[in-house]
Design a protein around this ligand. Sequence first.
Ligand SMILES: Cc1cc2nc3c(=O)[nH]c(=O)nc-3n(C[C@H](O)[C@H](O)[C@H](O)COP(=O)(O)OP(=O)(O)OC[C@H]3O[C@@H](n4cnc5c(N)ncnc54)[C@H](O)[C@@H]3O)c2cc1C
Length: 468
Amino acid sequence: MGKAIIIGSGLGGLEVALMLAERGHQVVVLERQRQIGGCMQSYRRGTLSLDTGLHYVGGLHEGGALNSRFGRLGLMELPWKRMDIDAFEEIHTPQGTYMWPQGIDRFIHAMHQYFPRQEKGIEKFRQLMTCTDEEWMQKTCAWDYLSSIITDPELIEVLSAPAMCKMELRKTTLPLFTFVHGTTPFVESSWRLDGDGNMLVERLARQILLHGGQILTGKEVTELTEVDGKIAAATCLDGTSYNADIFVSDAHPAVTMHLVRDSRIVKKIFRRRMDSQENTTGMFSLHLQIKPGTIKYFNRNIMVTGRHSVWDNAVGDDYTVNGIMISCPLADVVDEYATCIDILTPMSWNAVRKWEDSHVFRRTEEYKQMKQSVARQCISMAATVIPGLEGAIENTYSSTPLTYRDYNATPQGSAFGFRKDYQNPMMTIVSARTPVHNLFMTGQSLMLHGLHGVTMTAWQTLRGITGE
Ligand SMILES: Cc1cc2nc3c(=O)[nH]c(=O)nc-3n(C[C@H](O)[C@H](O)[C@H](O)COP(=O)(O)OP(=O)(O)OC[C@H]3O[C@@H](n4cnc5c(N)ncnc54)[C@H](O)[C@@H]3O)c2cc1C
């Protein structure tokens, strides 16, 4: 078996690295950051371990969408904890409060109870949740479809609210496929890790090393050199160079294509396509350090929506927060009390564009004030459903799309990579194969994002490489 270089140690990169190492390839992962994991990494602030891109996962139950794939990667051995069976999502809209129970039948039953007049639409939604016609779902607009089967806007809001921080809820582009994949597995079963996201990253890394692989950090790949029609070497910013037979990039596809800028094979048109493809919105993440013994841990997510619909509600250049997701990580629970609460709200690149020339740890005062203002709005929205929250906060830590851009090299700090468009699925879904026969891609921009999507995509990349 040949040597394989993996560029980037996000979930996708580590999964492909492990699968290749298990199949006898000599694997070297090159990661530009000092820490591995990309969006999945956690970082420490005082006594807290703060997660970036892992709050919960769907479909880990026996027979579930992610169970066997995670099992084959050794990830089912991690301490997964099931979220509240009767209410894993709690949704507060200006009109009411709604609980989502786990299990498709129980969920549908609950929706019938809340919206007895929407019987037909709810039954169609049930069928949608188990639909297997991927091609039709890729070509269908999620918003149009929901509006065609459901006549009560409040029900659409309730069915969509949990997706607000799991995908870009954009009326004019979001394919039904993305919506269903970000909904059904979670309704079937939803889980949190009893620990931080690093656990998952470290587990994958350990297995890669056990199979003889290497993971090198502080290695930003700046060029992929092409010789005789194939990639021969990856050169890093520090001048080191690594030869291999196969190259797999977990970096954003536009970043990957810049690495092969002198290629004779990759046509300008392909590079331009990767460069010009639009990215999904970013995310504002707020971590609240909670005073000991003040707020009880809650084993569910809480969504609070504002006056505007959750569709197209990202914080834009008016810096108004229109809806939040509140999550309570298990990692830091002490005696059933939370020590950390996370709040997320979608934030567009427009909101931070004017500071795009600044870098992490060197931001302007104006940027810091903007973050504080958004954080205050998030907290006051959360306080409407968590009594005593404001007085229970010891410290706050926040990040914006600029943070994600700087840490993960994701253009525009996009939270979920390339925007998929139901009107043009062939152009917005990207193949793991590239025009260079020994260069492959993986990661959230290709087909689907999230732990589920990235894992499915990793298998596709493997198939592209090994044909299995
Ligand atoms: C705020 C937020 C919350 C989320 N919550 C959830 C959740 O609860 N559940 C869920 O399922 N999903 C969630 N997600 C999505 C999920 O985290 C991502 O889809 C997934 O982690 C992306 O993995 P990836 O491998 O595609 O890319 P990334 O994590 O972006 O990894 C890419 C890696 O490549 C490296 N890299 C880039 N360029 C180079 C280079 N030139 N040389 C070397 N290395 C390079 C980067 O540093 C990075 O480590 C969330 C995402 C965000 C932003």
